[in-house]
Design a protein around this ligand. Structure first.
Ligand SMILES: *[C@@H]1O[C@H](CO)[C@@H](O)[C@H](O)[C@H]1NC(C)=O
Ligand SMILES: *[C@@H]1O[C@H](CO)[C@@H](O)[C@H](O)[C@H]1NC(C)=O
Ligand SMILES: *[C@@H]1O[C@H](CO)[C@@H](O)[C@H](O)[C@H]1NC(C)=O
Ligand SMILES: *[C@@H]1O[C@H](CO)[C@@H](O)[C@H](O)[C@H]1NC(C)=O
Length: 231
C-alpha cells in the first residue's frame, strides 16, 4: 500500500513539472467531409501571439482517402511570391500558408510540412527534428516529396485581390501517415498552421502568424502543435 502511495505521489509530481514546461495547446474536432468541416481562425503573430496578424482561417475535414484543407488568407495585401520558383523551392521566403501534420498524440520529432504559395506552388517534406524545437546544433533534416501531384498532394488556388482574400484548397493523402482507406474516423493528430507575410519593400523581413504561436520566431517547435481529433 505504502509503495503505491509513493508511486502516486511521484506521478503527481512529474505531471506537475510537465505542466510548467509544456505550453498550453488548443484542440480541434474535425468531421468527415460528408458532415462539414472543423475550423480554426487566428490573428496573432509569432512569437508569443504578441501582435495583431492578418486574419487567417483553416478548414479541415477527412474523406476515406485524404485530409482536405482549405486555407483562407484574409487581409492579404501583397500576394507576394517569386514567379520563378517551382515545387519545393524556398517558397517560405515569400508568402505561404502552411500545415505541420503528425498522426499521433505526442510532441513529434517527425512530421509533414506542407506549404502553398499564392501562385499555387507547393513545398512538402517530412521533417526530422529530434530536438522537437529545432535546437541550434541538433540534427534537422527533411525528405522532400518531389512529385506532389503523383503523390496525391493536390492544390487549387483562388485570389481575390480586390477583397484581399487568397484561398488554397489542399488534398493530403492519409496513406502518408499510415492511415488506411476508410480508417480516419477516431484518429488523433497533432498539427499547427502558419502564414508568412512580406512585401517587395520589406523582403526578406517577414511577419509570421500561427494557430498556436510558438515562443520564438521558429515554426519547428512541436510542443506547440494543437490537438486534432478526427471525429
Ligand atoms: C526567385 O527564384 C529564383 C529561382 O529559385 C531565384 O533564382 C531568384 O534568385 C529568386 N529571386 C529573388 C529576388 O530572390
Ligand atoms: C494548382 O495546382 C494543381 C496541382 O496541385 C493543379 O491541378 C491546378 O490546376 C493548379 N491551378 C489552380 C489555379 O489552382
Ligand atoms: C475549394 O473547395 C471548396 C469545396 O469543395 C470549393 O467550394 C471551392 O471552390 C474550392 N476553392 C478553390 C480555390 O479551389
Ligand atoms: C519555449 O518553449 C519551449 C518548448 O516548450 C521551452 O522548452 C522553452 O523553454 C521556451 N522558451 C522560452 C524562452 O520561453
Amino acid at each position: 500500500m505504502k509503495r503505491w502511495a509513493n508511486l502516486i505521489v511521484l506521478i503527481g509530481a512529474s505531471a506537475l513539472s510537465a505542466q510548467c514546461t509544456t505550453p498550453h495547446v488548443p484542440s480541434l474536432d474535425v468531421p468527415s467531409c460528408t458532415k462539414g468541416t472543423g475550423r480554426v481562425q487566428y490573428d496573432k503573430s509569432v512569437p508569443n501571439g504578441e501582435s495583431k496578424f492578418p486574419l487567417t482561417q483553416v478548414d479541415l475535414c477527412y474523406t476515406s482517402s485524404d485530409i482536405k484543407i482549405t486555407f483562407t488568407a484574409f487581409e492579404e495585401v501583397n500576394f507576394f511570391y517569386n514567379a520563378s520558383q517551382t515545387t519545393n523551392d524556398p517558397l517560405y521566403e515569400y508568402e505561404v500558408m502552411e500545415a505541420f501534420i503528425y498522426h499521433g498524440t505526442s510532441d513529434p520529432s517527425s512530421y509533414l510540412e506542407f506549404e502553398v504559395s499564392p501562385n499555387n506552388v507547393t513545398w512538402q517534406a517530412f521533417i526530422y527534428n529530434p530536438s522537437k524545437v529545432r535546437a541550434a546544433g541538433a540534427p534537422f533534416d527533411n525528405g522532400q516529396l518531389s512529385t506532389p501531384i503523383v503523390d496525391g498532394l493536390v492544390t487549387s488556388t483562388m485570389l481575390d485581390k480586390t477583397a484581399g482574400i487568397w484561398i488554397s484548397n489542399a488534398s493530403i493523402p492519409l496513406g502518408l501517415f499510415n492511415v488506411d482507406n476508410g480508417a480516419a474516423k477516431g484518429t488523433k493528430w497533432r498539427m499547427n498552421f502558419f502564414r508568412t507575410i512580406v512585401s517587395p519593400d520589406t523582403f526578406p523581413d517577414q511577419g509570421l502568424g500561427a494557430w498556436n504561436p510558438t515562443n520564438m520566431s521558429n515554426f519547428h517547435m512541436t510542443p506547440f502543435f494543437g490537438n486534432v481529433f478526427f471525429v
